[in-house]
Every structure is written in C-alpha cells, then in structure tokens.
Design a protein around this ligand. Structure first.
Ligand code: GAL
Length: 663
C-alpha cells in the first residue's frame, strides 16, 4: 500500500488551494455563537491578524436544517459574504459530526452502541452509527443542500467534511453495524470456510455454519477471537471511510474544482487507518495538540508533523487545528509559554505544512469548550495571545514563497495501524509491549540526532530510503516481508526491535520459528521470548542496559554485536547484525532508552551512510524545505542556551529563524 497522490489537487489543476499562493492562516470560526454585531469586530481583528482562511459551519447542522428537510441558510449566506468581502477565504464544514435533536428523536436506532451494549445518549457531539441508513440519508440531504448553495461561491476554497472521523465514535455494536459487518466479511472472504480458516475458529470451538451466526466482537465471558476483533477494527475503518466518500462524492459533483479534506488526528486516533484515507482526500489536513505535562512535546509534535507529511506523500498539507495556548480537556491544562505558539507553528511549517490554523478564532462563552484557548481569547485584543497571533500572521505572510516546497527524508520508520490494532488486544506476552513507546523512543533518537524522518507503510516503496526502522511492528504481512527483504537485498539498512514480524494479516503466527516475517533477513530465529519482570533491567556486555524484554536468539548467519551478561538470556546475543544481499539488518532484542540508542545505533547509521548532526547543536531543530533551487531551512532553538548556526547566525534560547538559500 502506498499513497500515490498526484502533483496537483484533483480538479483544481493546482498544487495548493485554488486562487491561493500564501500560507493559509486562520482557524475554526463559530459566528453562530455570537450576536451579529460581534461579527464585524471579528472581521476587523481577523484582518489585523492576517487571517486568510477560516473553517465554518462544522457544528451547525440544526441551524441549517432546523426541521427535517427544511433549510435556513440566511445566517450562513451573510457570514460567507462578509468574509468574502474582507478577502478571507472559507473552508466550509459539512456539519455531519453533530446530528440535530430532531434526528435522534426520530431515529433512535441510529445511536452508536458500545462494546458493552450501551446506546450512547444525545447532548454531546460525535456521530451516529457509521452504518446507520438513516444517518446516510440525512447526511446526503444536508451535504447536497450545502453543496448546491455554496459549491461555486468564490469564497469557498476548501470543503471540510465532518470533524475528526473516528473520534469520539469509532466502533459501534448496533444492529446496522452487525449487518454491515457480515456483508463486509462475505465480500472479504467469499466463503465461510475461508473465514473460519482466517479466524482460526477451530480454537475454542468457534466455527461458524452460517453468516447470520457471526456477531460483532462485543464484550463476552473472556477474550474474544483476536482475528475477529482485528477484522472488526478494519470493518470500522471501512464504514467510517464510506461515510466520508459519500459526502466527498457529492461535493466533487456539485462543487468541481474545490478540494475536499477531512481533519485527521494522525498520531491521536487509534481507530482510523489513515493510509487508507490519504488517497481519498484531495488535501491532507491534521489536528495536533500538545500533551501539556510532557516535557518532550516538541519532539512529539515533530513526529506528528512528519507522519502527516508522509500521509500526504510529501505534498503540501494543512495543520487544521492546534491551540494558541491551553486546551480544556486534559487533567491540567497548562498554558503555552510566550514564544511557544510561534515555535509550534514554525515546527509544523518546517515539516511541510502550508496551512497553520487553530481551534479556534474566538473563545466561547458557553458550552463544553469555554475554557479552551483561542486566537482571540476572552481577554481580548490587548492580550498576549492575540498579540502573538498577530505577529505569527505577519511572519507566515512573509513565508509565502515557501508554499509548495518539499521536505526530503532518507530515513523512515514503519507505521501500520493494522499492526497496532492487533498488538493492542489482550493476552500478549507482556503488558510492557507498547509499540507507541517504542516508536517514540526511536523517533526521539533520530530527532536528537537531527535526522528528518518519514513514516511509511510496510508494504509501500522503501527504495528511496537509506535506513528503515521497525519498532515493535508485531504484524507484518507476507507482502511486507518480501518488501523489506527486497529493500535490504538492494543495499538498504534495516533496524528491527523485538516483537516484530510475529504474525500475519490474520493475527496468526507466521509458520515456523519466530520472527517468521524477518527470520531470513535478520539471519536468526527467536527460540523463546524472555519478557522481564517490572523494573528489572538486564546488563549487556557493552555496558548498555536493557529492560522490559529479552529473546533467546539462535544465530543463523547474523553476528552478535552485544550480548546479555545477566537476566534470563545471560550469555546469549542481545543485538545482532546480518548481511543480506547488498544490505544489512539489525535486531535489538531488548528495550533501550533514546539515550542508550545513541550508542546502539552507531553501527546501523554507518551501514546506512546516515550522519547525525553536530553534537553542539543538540536540541536545535533543523529542517529544510526545497523547491526550484530555493531552500528554506527552519532552525528552532528548543534549548535554554543561545546557539550559533553554521552560517554564523545566533538563535537565542527559545527563538527560531527561517533562512532562505537561493544557491
Ligand atoms: C478537536 C476538535 C475541535 C475541538 C478541539 C479542542 O479535537 O476537532 O472541534 O473540540 O479538539 O481542543
């Protein structure tokens, strides 16, 4: 699987938003929450801040269709015209994440049902069961009406379908979902025999004799068949994607030339496989929020932006939402410090974003998000946050020449939601097996070393990379196995950590010794797993310390680079290297911290010809975007010391610069 987005946005003939040559700057705008006179103030302040794109109407279904089939567009007409006359473009939302009260009263069967059988109530937001026929009909009607009315309005430069598919609603266990799941299974497997075999239903006597016997994997007496659960996760992703496609196709038909997006949550929505969505949107957009109490937020932000750029196949993407300061939904909602909003924004820009938008323009006075920050906070236009917003608008305005420039990476981390779904099920060898922590650890090492990293699906083209890392990628299909082998045979360097390549796409252990998908390329087998007790490190002969996991390794061609001194596998190999064709494959059978990886990865970097950045500039982020002989390099000093760049420029602590090089 690979993202194969064309150079231009479908139907627009351009690589960026129609009629736009600047970085998009703005946010979610909810004028419906405010009296009419406030709108003029909004426009005045948006102009002051350099806002050129706002997302509107995302939660306005009941205002636009107050009764089933009866529409009222008067207020939206006025808002769109007002924005247009001020030169502010519109990212028009389809309001389908928030069906009206009349919908729920008339179609209670459309309510999503939890795995425990609880139908969810109204008065919040989210959506109906993705498989509900009533929801499909109602969304078709409202989206058609919106597209007919505004499809060729000159202000509309982008369609914003729905809001964050997969959150808060993903799996639903209602009747319509069960019926749709059976149809999806029948299309996938054709015969019950094939399904029984794929799900291993001879285990615990689960064999099915009729399609109608199959249920969604709802809460049961104990663990439910993991292959069934994996397929239900796939089905759910498919059902959500069908909802998106339904709306997108209407918009493409009635609003030709206007790109359609839906806001992803690249690292934050475990239930959606965005690789399968990336080719379906005209332009990738993403929402990102800091985890306030983590001290490595700048690294996690970079990870999220790199994943988003990878989903966009390197093309321009939009940061659809982030916050100017605190959010309202974490345990302790810490504010952003002065300068942080700018650093965050420039990090996204550096990693390929051509749009920097916020949730939200003006802070709400009521509702669940009244304590969420905004471009225009409750404190108003004299506030620090608004002044920083105005300054950011001016700075991004001056970066217009960078629109369309691309980031290049020669290192990639394998990322596969299907593997995450499978690994996250119950009854794995240790609760310490956390793919996300492993990915963050390897990514942190690469970030610290100043190496820009892509993310890539294990079945996608790897040939453009020198180094590919697989951090605890539990599920590797036979296609991915062949892909990885071909990459290494052709001269690539591959680094795998433990518990990688264990099962196939049905969550069935690959035939023979583990790790079945990687035995040949790694030149070893794992005879036994050796998970460690909590907080029990193991010593390696190099002096390194491992934790959480060990393996009993039988070398079958690979050389031992480091060995266990103690622990359950004392005397056995811990880190190995294998020559395979023209390339090399490394195996790390225990858990290392990002700091320890600095030494562990030296050999792999050397094999790959990858160079870490200068130690003197640790903590100073550098990413380049290139286009037609011009390079824009963003330098962001995340440390508390001033930094002197190779160009002689001094970037003070907490500051950032974008340097243009026309050479
Ligand atoms: C996003 C959502 C927005 C808003 C925001 C608050 O996930 O799309 O509508 O709720 O969170 O941080």
């Amino acid at each position: 699987m690979t993202t194969t987005q064309p150079e231009t946005i479908p139907g627009t003939g351009s690589g960026w938003l129609p009629g736009t040559s600047t970085i998009a700057f703005g946010g979610d705008y909810n004028p419906e929450q405010w009296p009419r006179e406030v709108w003029d103030d909004d426009i005045r302040l948006m102009r002051e801040a350099g806002v050129n794109l706002v997302s509107i109407g995302i939660f306005s279904w009941v205002l636009l269709e107050p009764r089933e089939g009866e529409f009222d567009f008067a207020w939206l007409d006025e808002v769109i015209d007002l924005l247009h006359s001020a030169g502010i473009a519109v990212d028009l939302g389809t309001p389908t994440a928030s069906p009206p009260a009349w919908f729920w009263a008339k179609y209670p069967e459309a309510r999503p049902v939890t795995r425990d059988g609880v139908p969810l109530g109204f008065g919040s937001r989210g959506m109906a069961s993705p498989s509900s026929p009533a929801y499909a009909e109602a969304t078709t009607r409202i989206v058609t009406a919106l597209a007919e009315r505004y499809g060729s309005h000159p202000a509309v430069t982008l369609w914003h379908v729905h809001n964050e598919y997969g959150a808060p609603i993903s799996e639903s266990y209602d009747e319509a979902s069960v019926a749709a799941f059976r149809l999806w299974l029948a299309a996938r497997y054709t015969t019950l025999d094939a399904l029984n075999s794929a799900w291993g239903t001879t285990f615990w006597g689960q064999r099915y004799g009729a399609w109608s016997e199959i249920d969604a994997p709802r809460t049961a007496a104990t663990v439910v068949n993991p292959s069934q659960r994996l397929d239900f996760a796939r089905f759910t992703n498919h059902a959500l994607l069908e909802c998106f496609r339904r709306e997108r196709d209407i918009l493409h038909r009635l609003s030709p030339g206007i790109p359609v997006t839906t806001n992803f949550m690249a690292t934050n929505c475990p239930s959606v496989d965005y690789w399968t969505w990336a080719n379906e949107v005209d332009i990738v957009s993403n929402d990102h929020y800091l985890v306030a109490e983590r001290t490595d937020n700048h690294v996690l932000l970079a990870l999220d932006a790199d994943l988003t750029r990878s989903l966009a196949a390197g093309r321009p993407w939009i940061l659809m939402e982030h916050s100017t300061s605190a959010v309202n939904w974490q345990p302790r909602n810490l504010r952003k410090q002065p300068g942080e909003l700018r650093r965050n924004s420039l990090q996204h820009f550096a990693r390929g974003a051509d749009g920097i938008l916020f949730f939200q323009w003006r802070a709400s006075r009521y509702g669940a998000e009244k304590f969420h920050s905004a471009m225009l906070p409750h404190a108003g236009e004299t506030s620090r946050v608004f002044r920083e917003t105005v300054a950011l608008g001016a700075e991004l305005g001056a970066l217009a020449p960078a629109v369309g420039s691309r980031v290049h990476a020669s290192v990639a981390i394998l990322w596969d939601w299907e593997s995450f779904w499978a690994q996250d099920l119950e009854w794995r060898p240790s609760v310490e097996l956390a793919h996300r922590r492993q990915i963050e650890t390897f990514y942190t090492r690469l970030w610290e070393d100043g190496i820009t990293t892509d993310f890539v699906h294990p079945e996608a083209d790897l040939s453009t990379y020198d180094l590919v890392v697989a951090p605890s990628l539990y599920l590797i299909s036979t296609t991915a196995r062949t892909n990885i082998e071909a990459f290494v045979a052709a001269g690539g360097t591959f680094v795998s950590s433990y518990f990688t390549g264990i099962v196939d796409s049905h969550d069935t252990v690959h035939d023979g010794a583990m790790p079945g998908a990687l035995r040949d390329v790694l030149g070893l087998t794992v005879e036994e797993f050796g998970p460690l007790p909590q907080d029990t490190p193991v010593q390696l002969s190099s002096g390194a310390v491992g934790s959480r996991w060990t393996d009993a390794i039988l070398l079958q061609g690979a050389e031992s680079i480091d060995a266990y001194v103690d622990g359950p596998m004392a005397g056995g190999a811990a880190v190995t290297r294998n020559s395979f064709g023209a390339g090399h494959a490394w195996y790390l059978s225990t858990d290392f911290t990002a700091e320890q990886l600095a030494d562990v990865l030296v050999g792999a970097y050397a094999d790959a010809g990858v160079e870490a950045g200068p130690v003197a500039l640790r903590g100073v982020e550098r990413v380049s975007r290139r286009a037609d002989g011009v390079t824009f390099t963003t330098w962001i000093n995340h440390t508390d010391r001033d930094a002197t760049l190779p160009t002689g420029t001094v970037v003070t602590a907490g500051d950032a610069v974008v340097l243009r090089d026309d050479a």
